[in-house]
Design a protein around this ligand. Structure first.
Ligand SMILES: *[C@@H]1O[C@H](CO)[C@@H](O)[C@H](O)[C@H]1NC(C)=O
Ligand SMILES: *[C@@H]1O[C@H](CO)[C@@H](O)[C@H](O)[C@H]1NC(C)=O
Ligand SMILES: [Cu+2]
Length: 378
């Protein structure tokens, strides 16, 4: 009886603390809250960002339905607007959205497993948000996918539940084989629910990791026109192993940038994070183009995944902004292969037709300096 009473008392105390905002119930959010004053200090010193201008990126599940629909409508708008690329050179680039996919394909070997991985994808995701706003009237901010929140059952998450406020659901369940990343998931076929059920994928595949294999692209570089449906193969196999709160905490505890990057990308870094949150997120979506290293941005959920990648980097940085912003680690080509050099903060990031400006990596390492002025809610 006394034991029961103390359990009830403890539960009440936790309830009260949650209510009072003292703990959020999530170790990552708690850490983010704790280090947030450091960011305010950085904003005070920023050349370009102010507290008034600061944009707050939110988790998809916390966004009101009307704003979710506005984000979805802006993405559909990008898919219906003309490309800014040369159609003769890139016949599979059919829309403004495809411009982003083509830019990613083009640079894939120099932006993954490299020193530019984090800053390149930060700028790329920001450029996408910027085009949603400037070319398609979006007034919100780039949402993110808090992996841990939905790691037990991503198909039931508001991101993938197939409702009209989701980014569409799983693919149709078809009989198919495992991939090299895990057993066959719960879908595998065409996405038939939600706002993107009628979307057509044109580019790629280049490095498909789905069964059955998608039709081959007419061109070996993947830029030919290869119209097909969006496929997904979501399950909780990877999310329940690699995308839990404790996995993110392990990542955020990385002592240096090299470790952080390796744990994130599952390069066998200290911490034993196995496949790493980056791959685990991509292969939780899976399918085609989601599981194709080159064409993955063609799945509309890519941007929420990379929003979260960027959020974890920013929380890692916020723990010690003096030591964790103006630094670089890694090479210039994937996993150091192909004669890559050491990456430098002075290397350029050029997003071609999807962003106006070429920046040096050093201008892209803070979320509150250079072109950026945003943070994540906590
Ligand atoms: C690929 O990169 C080259 C070299 O930077 C550039 O000239 C070309 O326009 C790029 N193509 C695409 C599709 O981004
Ligand atoms: C959208 O896709 C469904 C099948 O999922 C199909 O029945 C319908 O005709 C399509 N609508 C348009 C406008 O293409
Ligand atoms: Cu990428």
């Amino acid at each position: 009886m006394a034991r029961l009473f103390s359990v009830a008392l403890l539960a009440a105390a936790v309830q009260w603390m949650l209510f009072a905002g003292l703990v959020s119930g999530d170790a990552v959010q708690d850490l983010q809250k704790k280090v947030r004053p450091n960011l305010d200090a950085a904003i005070a010193k920023s050349k370009t960002c102010t507290k008034e201008k600061l944009q707050i990126r939110k988790e998809w599940g916390d966004i009101p339905a009307a704003e979710k629909k506005q984000y979805i409508a802006a993405m559909l708008c990008m898919m219906s607007k003309p490309s800014k690329m040369d159609q003769k050179k890139y016949p599979g680039v059919k829309s403004r959205y495809d411009d982003f996919v083509a830019v990613h394909i083009n640079q894939t070997m120099n932006i993954h497993g490299t020193g530019s991985f984090l800053s390149w994808h930060r700028y790329y995701t920001w450029a996408f948000e910027n085009v949603l706003r400037t070319e398609c009237g979006y007034t919100g901010t780039q949402p993110y996918w808090d992996w841990a929140k939905w790691s037990a059952d991503p198909e039931k998450s508001p991101i993938f539940d197939g409702s009209d406020t989701s980014l569409s659901g799983n693919g149709k369940k078809i009989s198919h084989k495992a991939s090299m990343y895990g057993p066959a998931g719960n879908g595998g076929g065409c996405v038939e629910t939600g706002p993107f059920k009628n979307m057509t994928v044109h580019l790629g595949p280049i490095s498909p990791a789905v069964d059955p294999a998608p039709p081959r692209n007419p061109r070996s570089d993947g830029y030919g026109d290869n119209p097909r449906c969006l496929r997904r193969d979501i399950s909780n196999y990877l999310s329940s192993r690699y995308l839990r709160t404790q996995d993110i905490v392990t990542l955020l505890n990385s002592k240096d940038l090299n470790t952080f990057q390796n744990v994130m990308q599952g390069a066998g870094g200290a911490g034993g994070a196995g496949m790493g949150v980056h791959s685990a997120g991509h292969f939780t979506i899976a399918g085609d183009p989601g599981a194709d290293f080159y064409t993955s941005p063609n799945d509309p959920a890519f941007w929420l995944h990379h929003g979260m990648i960027d959020r974890t980097w920013s929380i890692w940085q916020m723990q010690d902004l003096n030591a964790r912003v103006n630094i670089i680690s890694g090479g210039t080509s994937m996993m150091g292969g192909f004669g890559g050099k050491q990456q430098s903060l002075d290397d350029n990031v050029d997003l071609g037709v999807v962003a106006d400006k070429v920046y040096k990596i050093r201008d892209l390492v803070s979320t509150v300096d250079g072109p950026f002025c945003y943070t994540y809610d906590s």
